[in-house]
Design a protein around this ligand. Structure first.
Ligand code: ZN
Length: 282
């Protein structure tokens, strides 16, 4: 891999305790990925352009972390226990707890591509998966934890937005196959990963710009908000899924006519969230 696994966009003004991360927008495909389907099909797993869409974040004092590796290679938004034993040529050697995501073929290392075909023409050695964890997953988790901890130490509270994008319609390996999605889906794991005021602030800001917003349906938030969201400790984590139809052609991944307007609206959202964070600090 050419790039480090995580790229950090530092605050351009005095930092506020607001951290964004984009775990699924990486486009730097490692030479040892060895996926079977054509790259164009594998790339449909990406949340393409998401880190770029939020690039105004540093101007509001926020930090933006972005993964440079593709989520189909190893997914930072899954736990290390979410390994699919069917992928492996040998035993993992530690207890596994595969989630429903693994059953759907999209666990820590994806078994199938978005078009439903197998991602690999062979079994992977468990050492290959461990190397991906060491080179990509662990550095990403370490960087995000360090950023959140540093802000929490300095301010006594931290707000975290885990940034994603979703297909316009649920596909075969989703929880809602065939269903048309809202413009945005906010996930706070049924109110457990942040104070309700944070979710409400984001929802109302987006609704005020004319967007349709769903909460915890069909996406509740996965590993990153689960791991970092502890509102009793003033650690607030919220997942935001933006509908890909708002900004790109889902087959070619090329930005569409809506891209510029969405980028501008996300900047307005960040301005409102930054205000909310400053007010919450008192
Ligand atoms: Zn995502």
């Amino acid at each position: 891999m050419q790039n480090p696994p995580v790229h950090r966009h530092a605050p351009a003004i005095e930092a506020i305790p607001l951290v964004l991360d984009s775990p699924h927008s990486g486009e730097d495909y490692p030479a040892d990925f060895d996926h079977a389907p054509p790259r164009v099909e594998v790339r449909r797993a990406e949340d393409t352009h998401v880190a770029r869409l939020y690039r105004s974040a540093p101007r509001y004092g926020a930090t933006l972390l972005e993964a440079t590796f593709p989520r189909s290679y190893i997914d930072p938004n899954r736990s290390l226990a979410d390994v699919d034993p069917d992928l492996l040529a040998d035993a993992w050697g530690e207890p596994l707890a595969p989630s429903r995501k693994t059953a759907q073929g999209i666990g820590l290392v994806w078994r199938i591509a978005r078009n439903g075909v197998p991602m690999y023409a062979r079994k992977l050695a468990s050492a290959e998966v461990r190397a991906r964890i060491e080179r990509c997953w662990q550095p990403y988790h370490d960087a995000l934890a360090a950023e959140l901890d540093a802000r929490h130490r300095a301010f006594g509270a931290v707000w975290h937005i885990d940034c994603h994008s979703m297909p316009a319609v649920g596909d075969a390996n989703a929880d809602d196959p065939g269903r048309t999605r809202a413009d945005f889906v906010l996930g706070d794991r049924d109110g457990t990963t942040c104070d309700a005021a944070f979710t409400r602030t984001v929802a109302e800001a987006l609704q005020g710009m004319g967007y349709g917003v769903a909460v915890n349906d069909p996406y509740k938030g996965v590993e990153l908000v689960r791991k970092h969201g502890r509102p009793a400790e003033k650690r607030h984590s919220l997942q935001i899924e933006v509908n890909r139809r708002l900004y790109m052609d889902e087959r070619t991944l090329v930005p569409n006519d809506g891209y510029a307007a969405l980028e501008r609206d996300l900047e307005r959202l960040l301005a409102e969230v930054a205000l909310f964070v400053r007010r919450s600090l008192g």
